[in-house]
Design a protein around this ligand. Structure first.
Ligand code: GLU
Length: 451
């Protein structure tokens, strides 16, 4: 029943043309412009550059799902393997009504640079299903997730491409996916998916990893600007897994988190919000309210309700976009007043906004560094699955801290050395590692020398 189209850029020259017309104003074209920007600061073989301009393989599938009312609904799904020179493809699966192939390609592109930047032995990949998961029952969600794996099973594998959670997917869904793949292969294959429930071979600390990684990057950065948590105000757009856990980590470390928002809107209190009680309320009610709790008694406190647009324009030290891509664009970049932006979402700033933010002296720390904690602990999970030897939460967080801080320092020193912004430095750092691996496979010069 499942329809499958595989396109591999290497073998389809006509794809190049149709792709470039199709993606003229696409997210992927925007994402690629950061690569072109970084290439100005690095000498790389032309072969490696050309390889990195194209996704290696893109799979589009139709997933038929029997709904609870007996009807059949067909969902569109994707998996893109952008590059696997440094290791198997790695990246999450997103469930969202706006998922398109263009978006999944962009996300797979970012994963490629993220894994190289963190020196993980992985390439970059991403998947997605065009669906509003909030409209499905749990049983429908399970059938959809298992159907997705049925459709892409030949395209993934512990040594081929390893999915993980992303926007609106979670450990339960990863458990179903790993189980379905194991059923298909007639072999328990824990290492095929990361972000699983602990009891099915998940890792300690994976659920909190994106937020914890971002927390380490922020902690390693602020002292460079003579800032400490107690004199730092923060606004966070997005109160999902990454945004809400990061809000709590920052709150507990003494930062003043003055605003948070979710897709419905946000709340703002200049004196600082009590994040643990807001998380508790959100978990219970699925909406954000400022709550004050004393012992077991909680009451909803007065707060200013703000829109997402207003949150992005708040006069704070740190702005953290932790929702979706394209939130800060050429249209609203001029309104941003924060001194630092840490991108916890993938691609929240459009490339056209970069020069406007730079002009205003705003320091932007890019997604491929700031949110890399998630995939780093996914790597730890994959290692643990292969060894059958599981680590404690302290071991996971300690190893995560060492990696995030070391790569933050490397990116920072490249930025200083080349006098470039931190995003360009991050791409240069990832490109160095990718270029080395691509060249090791043989370049044009290598063959010319042989001749
Ligand atoms: N979805 C996460 C990201 O964008 C994690 C990917 C993974 O763990 O493979 O980095």
């Amino acid at each position: 029943m499942t329809q499958t189209t595989v396109s591999t850029s290497l073998f389809s020259p006509q794809l190049k043309e149709s792709q470039s017309t199709q993606t003229k104003h696409s997210l992927f074209a925007d994402a690629s412009s950061r690569l072109e920007q970084a290439l100005k600061h690095i000498s790389m073989s032309e072969d490696a550059i050309e390889r990195l301009r194209h996704p290696k393989a893109s799979l589009t599938v139709s997933i038929p799902v029997r709904m609870d009312n007996g009807s059949l609904q067909v969902f569109q799904g994707y998996r893109v393997r952008y590059d696997d020179t440094r290791g198997p493809g790695k990246g999450g699966v997103r469930y969202h009504p706006n998922v398109t192939l263009d978006e999944v390609q962009s996300l797979a592109f970012w994963m490629t640079f993220k894994c190289a930047l963190l020196d993980l032995p992985f390439g970059g990949a991403k998947g997605g299903i065009t669906v509003n998961p909030k409209e499905l029952s749990k049983a429908e969600l399970e059938r959809l997730s298992r159907g997705y794996i049925d459709a892409i099973a030949d395209f993934i594998g512990p040594d081929v491409d390893i999915p993980a959670p992303d926007v609106y997917t979670n450990a339960t869904i990863m458990g179903w996916m790993m189980d379905q793949y194991s059923i298909i292969k007639r072999q328990l294959s824990r290492g095929v998916v990361t972000g699983k429930p602990l009891t099915l071979g998940g890792s300690e600390g994976r659920n909190t990893a994106t937020a914890t990684g971002a927390f380490y990057v922020i902690g390693a950065t602020l002292p460079k600007f003579v800032k400490n948590p107690y004199n730092t105000t923060v606004a966070i757009q997005g109160f999902g897994n990454a945004g809400s856990i990061l809000a709590e980590l920052l709150f507990k470390a003494g930062y003043k988190v003055v605003a948070v928002s979710d897709s419905q809107g946000g709340i703002y209190t200049p004196q600082g919000l009590d994040i643990p009680s807001i998380r508790e309320y959100k978990n219970r009610s699925r909406s954000i309210k400022a709550v004050y709790c004393e012992d077991t008694v909680c009451s909803i406190v007065e707060h200013q309700v703000i829109s997402n647009a207003e949150l992005l324009a708040l006069d704070v030290d740190i702005l953290i976009p932790a929702a979706l891509e394209n939130q800060i664009t050429a249209d609203n970049a001029k309104d941003v007043k924060a001194k630092f932006i840490f991108e916890v979402a993938n691609g929240p700033i459009a490339s056209a906004a970069d020069p406007i933010l730079a002009e205003k002296g705003i320091h932007v720390f890019p997604d491929i560094l700031v949110n890399a904690g998630g995939v780093t602990v996914s790597y730890f999970e994959w290692v643990q699955n292969r060894n059958g030897w599981y680590w404690t939460l302290e071991e996971v967080n300690q190893r995560l801290k060492v990696k995030m801080e070391a790569e933050t320092e490397r990116v920072w020193s490249i930025a200083q050395k080349l006098s470039v912004d931190v995003r360009t430095a991050a791409y240069v750092h990832g490109l160095n590692r990718l270029g080395e691996a691509l060249d090791a496979k043989g370049t044009r010069n290598y063959y010319i020398d042989l001749g």
